[in-house]
Write a protein that binds this ligand. Structure first.
Ligand code: SF4
Length: 430
């Protein structure tokens, strides 16, 4: 059977999920092509010929971008069966069904996709432990994000050593699907995936695991093997504050094996908000993580949900002032000072009474429950900050920060020139 796999966006990287699905379906005997519309055009010939067209939906933005593509595909090839796979497929199953998507595969989706291709039924979410195949990175397009470090622009490989998460933060889309569990990708598969991308010129690796230290022993074995084989390759990973503190002894190992950047979802500096989100860290823990990563000589890139129903003008100003005090202005992509809490279908946030009271009906275009802040000036600030972060996406972080601080009614800070930290030229969205 001819199958077309379509991805729309995954943070400017060639998706692991797309390449893994391709490998599984090819092994099952299908003729599989794939397209990542983040960097290439929709292959209309392949779409016309395909009997099954499956959309990879690993994140909110990808799902939103896929909706008009689904409509287009139905015009190009009305006979094709449509499927969706990845984290956001089961979360948006109802809406996708209304668009004509007849099959959903979430969680550890590969066997379900093979079953769907065979015309069999499959569970919308599976958490089976899989024996992974090496992702099929053949015909990988170019044009992805690059890592900028010490004046060098590096080609980035993208891989995943685990999926899911053992934590249950209230706002996190991983939780409704994985329910506090994670699954590992076998070490040899991860290393083979990296080797394939290194052969195509990658000199930096992004580990896209929701949290690289859900299984720290597994992760350390991978980066030690990576470093032994490719001592010049650098990497970045996402690690929660709680894990940075709990596994502080491993930070020098990360540095030694080539880790130059750790992204950490700090979300807020307000302990009351952190408790609402069940992040299991405090403002003080964040300060400690800043010290620990500095001591290990690894750049920390904190991410935030700057605008929540609990944000106040005072707490927003405190966030900006604290970033200056901690000398972290260069570490934070300006879009992180603009992001708004997304309340998506299935979110545990919907358990909170004040959230239920603040939201409107699900918006079928933005795929979120829209909410308004009780103080319109906070919403107005949020919109103004987003406009600046979006318009000045290529500008120096310190200059953009000053404009945002002025919008928040703060003084001009005396920001000393700093060497840029390692940065990926694709800002982190959700
Ligand atoms: S630690 Fe990160 S990935 Fe895990 S549940 Fe919390 S926000 Fe989600």
């Amino acid at each position: 059977m001819r199958i077309l796999l379509i991805s729309t966006y995954e943070l400017g990287r060639h998706p692991f999920g797309l390449a893994s699905a391709k490998a599984w379906l090819t092994r099952a005997g299908h003729e599989v092509s794939s397209a990542d519309l983040a960097v290439e055009r929709l292959p209309e010939d392949a779409a016309r010929d395909a009997a099954l067209i499956a959309f990879y939906l690993p994140m909110h933005t990808a799902t939103r971008l896929a909706l008009p593509v689904i409509e287009k595909i139905k015009r190009v090839n009305p006979r094709a069966r449509l499927a969706a796979f990845g984290l956001y497929a089961p979360l948006n199953a109802q809406l996708l069904a209304s668009l004509g998507v007849t099959s959903i595969a979430g969680g550890e989706f590969e066997p379900a996709l093979v079953a769907i291709a065979a015309g069999e039924s499959a569970p919308p979410i599976s958490l089976d432990r899989l024996a992974f195949l090496a992702p099929d990175r053949s015909n990988q397009p170019s044009g992805y994000a690059r890592m900028h470090h010490h004046g060098e622009s590096k080609t980035v490989a993208y891989t995943e050593s685990s999926r899911g998460c053992k934590h249950t933060c209230r706002h996190c889309p991983v939780v409704p699907v994985y329910q506090g569990q994670f699954r590992v990708v076998q070490r040899e598969i991860v290393l083979e995936d990296i080797r394939a991308q290194a052969a195509q010129g990658a000199t930096h690796v992004t580990f896209g695991d929701p949290d690289f230290f859900n299984g720290p022993a597994h992760s350390i074995r991978i980066v030690e093997a990576l470093h032994a084989q490719f001592p010049a390759i650098t990497y970045d990973a996402t690690i929660k504050i709680e894990h940075l503190l709990a596994h502080r002894d491993l930070l020098p190992v990360l540095r030694f094996t080539g880790c130059i950047l750790i992204t950490s979802a700090v979300e807020s500096l307000d302990d009351a908000v952190l408790a609402r989100l069940e992040k299991r860290h405090t403002r003080r823990d964040f300060f400690e993580a800043v010290d620990l990563t500095r001591a290990a000589a690894i750049a920390l890139a904190p991410t935030f949900i700057a605008f929540t129903p609990w944000t106040t003008l005072a707490s927003y100003r405190d966030l900006l002032r604290t970033l200056v005090a901690l000398d972290l202005v260069e570490n934070v992509a300006p879009v992180q000072l603009a992001l708004r809490l997304l309340i998506t279908p299935g979110s545990l946030l919907l358990d909170l009474e004040d959230i239920r009271a603040a939201i409107g009906p699900l918006d079928s275009k933005s795929l979120v429950y829209p909410w308004k802040h009780r103080d319109p000036s906070v919403d107005a600030l949020g919109h103004a900050v987003f406009e600046v972060a979006h318009r000045r996406i290529k500008d120096a972080r310190a200059a953009v920060f000053q404009e945002i601080a002025a919008l928040a009614g703060l003084e001009n800070f005396n920001l000393l020139p700093r060497a840029a930290i390692p940065w990926l030229d694709e800002p982190w969205y959700c």
